[in-house]
Design a protein. Structure first.
Length: 238
């Protein structure tokens, strides 16, 4: 076992809305997104991959301490999902569908958009959101998970390599690499999934992946925690 010590700044990059899109009028988002109660139900953004992973460690320690103090057993660690875990959850049991909502189209039968993304060039409004929106603004997938496509892209634990699928094994399809600060930027790429409010529809597909650098924080990238299930039985639905 190796113990890795690192110092992580705990606060999000509150200027992400400004420096990601320099010539846009995002000052209102910068001033209010991280502070005002109106954004309590919006996705977290402006956190780096390292910060997201550090949050998982903190959440694990906090929750397990609470359990032990109340006479209960500790549980598995919170962590970032692997790329394959994320895709499985995003599909919601619809293995052959390109989108989490189970269909081949990005609109419903009434012509309404099913996620928060960039529908047309220079026009972010038709889907109902100009930036991020509340996490329950669109219907969940069949697993009950919201915003697995659009709104904010999400960090995974995987390192990004274009050839990863060529050398991965079906028993362990997840490629990881612990890049140090002094290493080349190409080694600091981490997989993000799901697409965001500023992405075109292609990036909302469950099979599409791209990357951001582990030490950068973007106003369109967030994360969610996962936890390995305890007590898996033979008859459980995997």
């Amino acid at each position: 076992m190796f113990i890795v010590k690192d110092i992580i700044n705990i606060y999000p990059d509150t200027l992400a809305w400004v420096h990601d899109f320099t010539y846009s009028f995002n000052e209102p988002m910068t001033n209010m997104y991280f502070w005002h109660v109106a954004y309590d139900d919006y996705p977290v953004v402006g956190v780096s991959w390292k910060q997201a992973r550090a949050f998982c460690v903190w959440r694990t320690q906090l929750f397990n301490s609470w359990l032990l103090n109340n006479g209960q057993m500790f549980v598995n660690d919170f962590r970032l999902p692997t790329e394959s875990e994320w895709e499985y959850a995003a599909r919601g049991g619809n293995a052959l569908s390109p989108y989490p909502w189970g269909g081949p189209y990005i609109r419903n039968a009434l012509g309404c958009f099913l996620g928060n993304f960039k529908p047309m060039r220079g026009n972010y409004i038709p889907d109902g959101g100009f930036h991020t929106v509340k996490i329950m603004s669109y219907n969940p997938n069949d697993y009950g998970l919201y915003c697995m496509a659009g709104n904010a892209a999400e960090w995974t634990s995987n390192a990004f390599d274009e050839s990863a699928y060529d050398f991965s094994h079906d028993l362990n399809p997840d490629y990881v690499y612990e890049a140090q600060d002094n290493e080349a930027n190409v080694l600091k790429r981490k997989v993000i999934r799901g697409g965001s409010w500023k992405d075109v529809g292609y990036y909302l597909q469950t099979s599409t992946k791209t990357y951001e650098y582990q030490d950068t924080a973007k106003c369109y990238v967030g994360f969610r925690c996962v936890q390995t299930y305890l007590g898996r039985a033979k008859g459980d639905d995997i």
